[in-house]
Structures are given as structure tokens and as C-alpha cells.
Design a protein around this ligand. Structure first.
Ligand SMILES: [Zn+2]
Length: 452
């Protein structure tokens, strides 16, 4: 039995290394391998699921028309509801459920969706991890991970399992611990690379700027889980005196992309194909913002995602040659979850990035880092609440809270031309969001929108 398990792990790692090698091929050869994976995924495997044949038929797709990855737009979009309602139907009949791992996607509705992953998917994930490791020339093996390890079936718990094969020493901390305890533990740990959520690192950066954790010396910091706004990036880089990079991971899509040393977001295109589409599912041009749509290329028997738009992230692809030399597709912008856009009664829509951008400006130009944490909540079409947690040193001073509150309120109110009411409040802490294994989001919308 043990020999069988060992053989399985060797096979997973070997296949993972093959995916990594495919990613390093010259562009034409790499695209050819993506094409091969895509056709295999669509033409063979999709017929082995209960969901896709009827999904294609309903959308009048003739599978014979799909001759290459360039025909992908002829296929219908798979929505979050499709996945939620067909958790079993999107898996292949040949899936060995004894060996499959299950993961729960976080849902805006609070209803998780189960996805099944088999060894091929794990190999693809590992291939991307190796690629990222090489991209950043990470030779050291002291890697720190602060993750939500409370959920067994989350992508985080799987990352820990797979990461152990790649790093001789992983230092894992649960994000639900007190932030100052975490700082103490990190200081004792002697790690030099850090992987965690943007929200957690923002807190740690504030603590470090307040004088704690001075012995920590990171070479690089990798952040995921929410959009990495410029203010947070600058704050973290200043606090820890090292570069910080964004990585894009989701339960449905796996390890999708990561920033290289030039801070370009390279897509791991041999394990997941990324498209940007408009509201009708049609691809948009380079540089245009649309919905990030994912097609898994792992060719396993687990849950299939073909043109999956259910992550609901908005973003763009850009047509540039990165000076790092890697020639993979590049994501220009990731704007975060579309469902958390802010809608005004007059029809104006603001992406979360725009909302946080104004807070960055206020922080930098007026508020002088008084704010430790904040959250912008759209309560209704008439009201947005901004909750603030101030930095401890400012709470203790005699500074007038009202000045800060009215400054923020006035800036936002002026910015939207009074089209919506802003209510700014100081709070002791900001509650954790509903999404499993994710940090507290900066922007939340409570509006019930179509398709959300
Ligand atoms: Zn690059």
C-alpha cells in the first residue's frame, strides 16, 4: 500500500515537472501543447461528463466546429450556478473518487460549491508552483505561509500539502491568530520568503512600521486573496524593505498567474487558459476590461471548467513583451470581484479598485496613515458605509476623530457628486467575510444584482 502511495506521488511530481517544462517551451511549441491539451479537454473529456454534452447542445454548439483553441469563443460560458447545480455532472465518469480530493469554493451567497480534483490537476498546480519558484529564482527553502487552515477542503490546505514537496521547510501559521502573536512567531522562524493574503500582510506591515518585528528579513513577499492596491504594495514594501508580488489563485482555476520580477502578471497558460469576455461571453480586445474566464487544461477526470466565468473577477489581458523574457500571456489588470462593484442610482458603476484608490489618496495626502484598516460597504442604492479602524497610536492621542471622519466623508461625497450618501464610522474591528479561506474584503456590496 505504501509503495503504491509513493508511486502515485512520484507520478504526480513527474507530471507536474512536465507541465513546468511545457511552460518553458518556445512560444509556438508552448501554444501547440496548450492547443493539444485544450482539444483533449473539450473533445474527449467533456463528453465523459453528464453536464457538458447537454450544455453544448442547449447552446447549439457543434463540437466538430472546435478545431483549435482559437475556436474557444464558439463554446458557451460556464457560470457559477452551472457549477453549483452540477457539482457531480461536471466530473468525468472515469473519476476515481477514492483518490480525488474535494475543495469548496467560496460563494458570495454563502453556499459553497464542491469541486473534485484528481492527480492530473495536482500536477498542473505543482507545475505552476515550480514555474513561479524558478521565475523568482527562489533557491532558499525557508518559506512562510500564513493561510486560513481552518477549512479542510480549501485550496489553502491543499497548497500546504503540495508545498511540502517543494520546500524542505515550510513555516505555516493560521491567519485566525492574533496579528501580534503572528509577528512574534515569524520573528522566531528565520524565514525569508513569505506567502499570504494581502489583508494579513497589510496588518503586519502596520505593526512593523509601529516598531514590531524588526528582526524579520524577507527577500520577497507574495500576496494573494484580494486585489493588491498600490497603497498596500507601497506600505508593505516600505515596512519590510523588500519587493512584494501579487499571485492570482482561485479554487476553481487553481494557480492562474503570478507577477514576475518585472511585476508583470504571467498566466500559467499550460494549466489554465485565460480569456477576457464581455457580458455576452464574447472576447474583448487586449487592454479592455471584461470578465476573467478560465478553462482548465489539466486533462484530468475531476471537475471540468470550460470557459468558466464564475470567479466573477474583472480584468484585462495585455499584448506586451515582458523584459523578463518569459513569453506567456500577461494579465494587465485584475480588478477583483465584479459582484463587489459599487452601483449608483444614476447608473454609474465603480470598480472596487476605484473605491480603494480614493482611500489610498486620502491616506497618503491627508490622513497620514491614521487608518489601520477599513471596509467600504454598499448597503443600498442610497447608502455606503465606510468602517474605519484607526492605528493604535492615533486612538490614544487627543486627535479629533470627527476631523478624520468628515474629511473622508467629504472626499467621497464630492467624488460621486453627492449621488449617494456616505456614512463613515470608527469601529473596533472589521468582521471576517463569509468567503471560506479568504481575508476580509475591502469592498462589499449588499446589493442583489442580476447574475451575481
Ligand atoms: Zn515577466
Amino acid at each position: 500500500m505504501k509503495i503504491r502511495a509513493l508511486f502515485r506521488i512520484i507520478k504526480i511530481l513527474f507530471k507536474g515537472y512536465s507541465v513546468f517544462r511545457e511552460m518553458n517551451l518556445p512560444p509556438k511549441k508552448r501554444q501547440a501543447s496548450c492547443n493539444k491539451r485544450f482539444l483533449k479537454q473539450v473533445k474527449t473529456r467533456a463528453f465523459q461528463t453528464a453536464f457538458y454534452p447537454s450544455h453544448f447542445e442547449r447552446n447549439k454548439v457543434n463540437i466538430e466546429d472546435i478545431q483549435s483553441i482559437n475556436d474557444i469563443a464558439k463554446l458557451p460560458i460556464t457560470t457559477k450556478n452551472d457549477l453549483r447545480n452540477n457539482a457531480e455532472g461536471v466530473t468525468c465518469k472515469a473519476l476515481n473518487r477514492n483518490n480525488a480530493i474535494t475543495m469548496a469554493t467560496s460563494g458570495s451567497t454563502g453556499v459553497p460549491t464542491t469541486v473534485y480534483r484528481d492527480d492530473s490537476w495536482i500536477s498542473g498546480f505543482i507545475g505552476s508552483l515550480i514555474f513561479c519558484k524558478r521565475m523568482h529564482k527562489i533557491n532558499s527553502v525557508k518559506i512562510g505561509l500564513i493561510l486560513d487552515v481552518s477549512t479542510q477542503n480549501s485550496i489553502e490546505s491543499k497548497m500546504i500539502t503540495f508545498g511540502k514537496y517543494l520546500a524542505k521547510r515550510l513555516f505555516i501559521l493560521d491567519m485566525n491568530r492574533e496579528i501580534s502573536d503572528m509577528m512574534d512567531e515569524l520573528e522566531k522562524s528565520d524565514i525569508n520568503y513569505m506567502i499570504t493574503y494581502t489583508g494579513v500582510m497589510r496588518e503586519l506591515a502596520n505593526l512593523r512600521l509601529a516598531g514590531r518585528g524588526q528582526n524579520l528579513k524577507f527577500k520577497k513577499i507574495f500576496l494573494s486573496g484580494e486585489i493588491l492596491d498600490n497603497y498596500t504594495r507601497e506600505l508593505v514594501e516600505k515596512a519590510f524593505d523588500c519587493k512584494c508580488y501579487s499571485v492570482y489563485i482561485s479554487t476553481e482555476g487553481g494557480f492562474i498567474a503570478a507577477e514576475c520580477e518585472q511585476k508583470q502578471m504571467h498566466v500559467f497558460s499550460n494549466s489554465v487558459h485565460v480569456e477576457i469576455v464581455d457580458n455576452d461571453g464574447k472576447p474583448v480586445n487586449y487592454g479592455e476590461i471584461g470578465t476573467i474566464t478560465l478553462t482548465g487544461l489539466d486533462n484530468g477526470f475531476g471537475s471540468k471548467i470550460i470557459r468558466y466565468a464564475g470567479c466573477a473577477d474583472a480584468g484585462s489581458l495585455i499584448n506586451v513583451q515582458c523584459s523578463c523574457g518569459l513569453q506567456t500571456p500577461i494579465l494587465g489588470t485584475i480588478l477583483g470581484r465584479k459582484i463587489d462593484t459599487i452601483h449608483l442610482r444614476n447608473g454609474q458603476i465603480f470598480h472596487p479598485f476605484t473605491m480603494t484608490g480614493l482611500m489610498e489618496k486620502i491616506q497618503r495626502e491627508y490622513a497620514n496613515d491614521r487608518i489601520r484598516q477599513y471596509q467600504i460597504v454598499q448597503e443600498s442604492l442610497d447608502l455606503i458605509t465606510i468602517n474605519l479602524v484607526r492605528n493604535t497610536q492615533f486612538v490614544k492621542t487627543h486627535e479629533n476623530l470627527e476631523d478624520l471622519v468628515s474629511l473622508i466623508r467629504n472626499k467621497y461625497q464630492f467624488w460621486v457628486n453627492n449621488a449617494i450618501e456616505f456614512d463613515v464610522n470608527e469601529v473596533v474591528s472589521i468582521p471576517k467575510g463569509n468567503n471560506i479561506g479568504m481575508p476580509t474584503p475591502l469592498v462589499i456590496s449588499k446589493l442583489q444584482l442580476n447574475g451575481a
